[in-house]
Design a protein around this ligand. Structure first.
Ligand SMILES: *Cc1c(COP(=O)(O)O)cnc(C)c1O
Length: 459
């Protein structure tokens, strides 16, 4: 029997978004302003322009323009790998025996394997338009570095990637992909920067952290002529670019008159979740829907569920502007046995504000349960999910099983942010049953909180 709603709902090229949607324009309670770390006054563009591309800064600080046009040169880039499919999880529904309808937006169909290409393209395009010749960035698990290597290959810019050292050792193939696209990959901490050398002096055997790699990339951008820094998550302009995910999802659902009851996404810095839910959250803020939104984070890096809503730095060297966000403290380092990605200490300011105001829910999941959910999903649906994305799968399965108990036919939509082909080491650990759950104690978290800046705004 043929299904009424197709298994894969595709859009045509001409149905792809021509604008990004800036949710802040529709928020009555806006996130608190970004502060200059020296003056503690709200930043002005000139404060950020030595580090970031001008257009990224403009978008970062724009709280009023609802729809921001996607330049033709970026639409052109998007057409190489978008629109991405919205998939009805018929097979998973059947395995679960749930009356719920489950849909997922799959962002893993490009070579970088994740949604990150949606922001790598625009950021590189802006750099090129502004006459820059190179970019510097960091990568943890490697998806952002790969996406940036692809974008720089496409637009013809040089790229330096500081890759968290443990990750560059665990994922040599990620490094190989980046290098093949022409990027220079440096394991971090390195002796190529002052911040790297300082960290190495303190601990020569450190495996590195995302916060430390960010410091190295920012320093490189600041010291190199014609070079700027790009970040793959957390900041508002990154989330803005990711709204193509939500806008496409909405266009696809609208074709069949489907209204989501629950939307779920995994959250590291918040960009894929924020991008997926923005248009739907806009409707909720306007009183037009009652959709529930759920952020899913790892229990080992719980910035929503156990973090604080304060001003904090984005990096361990404390060089970035201050963001008011849910944070575990810029010095927080998740347990080394954590394999599932999403290791960043802070969370996007817009999502943090929505969480604080009770518009966004959050839950933390342990990694063994996340991998269990991943395996259940891949057996049913055939797609090998990224461990990050599997946090969303776990929550979606739980909600669907709840529907089975209550008999409710809810519509659940979740973001499948990427594939797990470069995460097989983690799957091997899961298969060998050596993956364990190490949830931080309150004392562990306190060490991170102690690194939060002691400023009047945080009192
Ligand atoms: C980077 C990444 C994430 C986490 O980043 P967000 O900014 O929270 O979206 C999630 N899933 C995948 C596959 C990623 O590569």
């Amino acid at each position: 029997m043929k299904n009424k709603i197709p298994t894969r709902i595709y859009l045509n090229e001409d149905e792809m978004p021509k604008f990004w949607y800036n949710l802040r324009a529709d928020m009555k309670n806006k996130p608190d302003p970004i502060l200059h770390p020296g003056t503690l006054k709200p930043v002005v563009p000139a404060d950020m322009e030595p580090i970031f591309c001008k257009e990224s800064v403009r978008q970062e600080l724009d709280e009023t323009t609802r729809f921001i046009p996607i330049p033709e040169g970026i639409q052109d880039f998007y057409r190489a790998f978008r629109p991405s499919p919205l998939i009805r999880a018929y097979y998973l529904e059947k395995v679960l025996g749930t009356p719920a309808e489950i849909y997922y937006k799959f962002e893993g169909t490009n070579t970088s394997g994740s949604h990150k290409l949606n922001s790598a393209g625009p950021q590189t395009f802006f750099a090129k338009e502004e006459g820059l010749t190179s970019l510097a960035t960091e990568t943890g698990a490697g998806q952002w570095g790969t996406a940036m290597a692809m974008a720089c290959g496409f637009y013809g810019l040089d790229l330096t990637v500081y890759m968290v050292k443990v990750s560059s050792e665990q994922k040599p193939y990620r490094k190989a992909v980046m290098e093949t696209y022409g990027a220079k990959v440096i394991p971090s901490p390195s002796n190529t920067t002052d911040s790297g050398r300082k960290i190495l002096e303190g601990d020569p055997n450190t495996g590195g952290s995302l916060g430390c790699a960010i410091s190295e990339a920012i320093e490189t951008a600041a010291k190199t002529k014609g070079c700027r820094y790009v970040l793959g998550s957390v900041l508002n302009h990154v989330l803005l670019h990711q709204t193509v995910i939500g806008l496409e999802t909405k266009a696809a659902l609208d074709k069949y008159g489907i209204k989501p009851d629950i939307m779920i996404g995994c959250a590291g810095g918040g960009s894929n979740l924020g991008g997926l839910i923005s248009p739907f959250m806009g409707e909720k803020l306007a009183g037009k829907s009652d959709t529930r939104f759920i952020a899913v984070e790892p229990a080992s890096c719980p910035s929503f569920t156990r973090g604080r809503y304060v001003y904090d730095f984005g990096d361990t060297a404390k060089t970035t502007p201050l963001l008011r966000m849910q944070t575990l403290g810029n010095g927080y380092i998740p347990s080394a046995n954590h394999a599932g990605g999403l290791r960043y200490h802070g969370m996007n300011p817009v999502l943090s504000k929505l969480y604080k105001d009770g518009l966004l829910e959050a839950q933390a999941e342990t990694q063994t349960e996340v991998f269990e959910a991943a395996v259940k999903f891949m057996k049913a649906e055939g797609i090998l999910p990224a461990p990050e994305s599997s946090h969303a799968i776990k929550a979606a399965i739980d909600e669907a099983l709840l529907c089975k108990k209550t008999g409710e036919k809810k519509v659940i939509v979740f973001g499948l942010s990427g594939t797990g082909y470069f995460d097989l080491q983690a799957y091997m650990s899961y298969n060998a049953k050596t993956l364990s759950d190490k949830v931080p104690t309150d004392e562990d978290l306190q060490k991170g909180f102690d690194t939060i800046p002691d400023i009047p705004q945080n009192k």
